[in-house]
Every structure is written in structure tokens, then in C-alpha cells.
Write a protein that binds this ligand. Structure first.
Ligand code: HEC
Length: 161
């Protein structure tokens, strides 16, 4: 399922003009954010300076929160952390321009990667609310794979900025 989705990235490119037009998906459009103390297993993220590394650090904390919730079988905590991933802060205008300058046309593929994680996180929230642990585990693994797929594709290029 995940592999199929990843393989169809290029095939999905024609529809990506739409994603671009709509404001580069969720990473680059306005999203709600939730502020909680860093280091807790609750939703973190303030995305303070709107840079990618800062937003990613928040995603990392929230992904850890999902895992902590799984070990505690705390479905509320899993749902809250997954929701924070789905609603992660947006990049600043300056950061968006910087990413765009490096990626050019590949920006659409980057936005799709973000959208994919967003949608999986939303499904994860639903599975947690349904207290369906098997589905939570499957979707968490899927989401992590999608995080890493984006890193594999783009991290090297953007880390060199
Ligand atoms: C749309 C692409 C994309 C997605 C999706 C994505 N990342 Fe990232 N991530 C990046 C890029 C690019 C970098 C490197 C940024 C840089 O160095 O400027 C990065 C870096 C990171 C870092 C290191 C931050 C640092 O300070 O160096 C962490 C941690 C991270 N991501 C976690 C996650 C988690 C957890 C998820 C999924 C919930 C995720 N990322 C999803 C693109 C993505």
C-alpha cells in the first residue's frame, strides 16, 4: 500500500499543479497549531520561527508522543499527538521562498509528501478515537515510512542551504 503510493508519485505529477495552486498543501498553508511544553509526550510544536528544522523538531516530538501513547495504551494521547502532526505549523514566507529556490519544480512533489503525511495523521487520529490498536499501529508505521520517504528524497538538497 505504502510502496504503491510512493511509486505512483511521478504518475501523480500532473495533478500537482492543483496542489501548488491551492497553496502547496498543508506544510505551506495556514494550519492551526497547539502549544505545549517541549519534551512532554503531549502535542508540542510552536514552529516558532517558521523554519523547516524547527517545524520538523515539533513533528519529531509529536511522533514520539504517538509512540508513548501506544506503549501506555493511551488513545487520547495518541489522538492528540497525531492531530498535532496533522495541524503542524506552516513555514514562514521566507522559508518557503528558500525551499522553492532549491527545489524549483520539485516543490510540487515536496508538497505532496507533506499532504500524504497529513492525511495519514488524520486517519491515525480516527483510529485512535476508535481505540483500534491494530489500525493505530499500521497507520503509525505508514506515517513513519512517509516521513522517511520525504527525507530520503529532499533532506540532502535542503540541508545544504
Ligand atoms: C515534505 C517533506 C517532509 C516530510 C513529510 C517530513 N519531513 Fe522531516 N525533514 C524534511 C527536510 C527537508 C528536512 C531537513 C530540513 C533542513 O535541514 O533544513 C527534515 C528534517 C527532519 C528532522 C531533523 C530536524 C533538524 O533539526 O535537523 C526531523 C527530526 C524530522 N524531519 C522529523 C520528521 C517527522 C517525524 C516527520 C513525519 C511526521 C517528517 N519529518 C516528515 C522534510 C520532510
Amino acid at each position: 500500500m505504502i510502496d504503491r503510493r510512493l511509486r505512483t508519485f511521478p504518475a501523480a505529477l500532473p495533478s500537482l499543479a492543483l496542489v501548488l495552486t491551492l497553496g502547496l498543501g498543508f506544510l505551506l498553508s495556514a494550519c492551526a497549531s497547539t502549544a505545549v511544553a517541549p519534551g512532554s509526550d503531549l502535542p508540542s510544536e510552536d514552529g516558532a520561527d517558521g523554519t523547516l528544522p524547527r517545524i520538523m523538531a515539533g513533528l519529531s516530538e509529536d511522533a514520539a508522543g504517538v509512540n508513548a501513547g501506544i506503549w501506555l495504551e493511551d488513545f487520547d494521547s495518541i489522538a492528540a499527538s497525531a492531530q498535532a502532526i496533522a495541524d503542524h505549523p506552516t513555514v514562514s514566507d521566507e522559508e518557503r521562498a528558500s525551499i522553492q529556490a532549491v527545489l524549483g519544480e520539485d516543490m510540487a512533489d515536496f508538497a505532496l509528501g507533506d499532504k500524504t503525511v497529513h492525511e495519514t495523521a488524520v486517519s491515525l487520529v480516527e483510529a485512535a478515537k476508535a481505540q483500534d490498536m491494530a489500525e493505530v499501529l499500521a497507520l503509525n508505521a505508514k506515517m513513519q515510512t512517509e516521513c522517511v520517504a520525504c527525507h530520503t528524497e529532499f533532506r540532502g538538497r535542503l540541508a545544504d542551504r
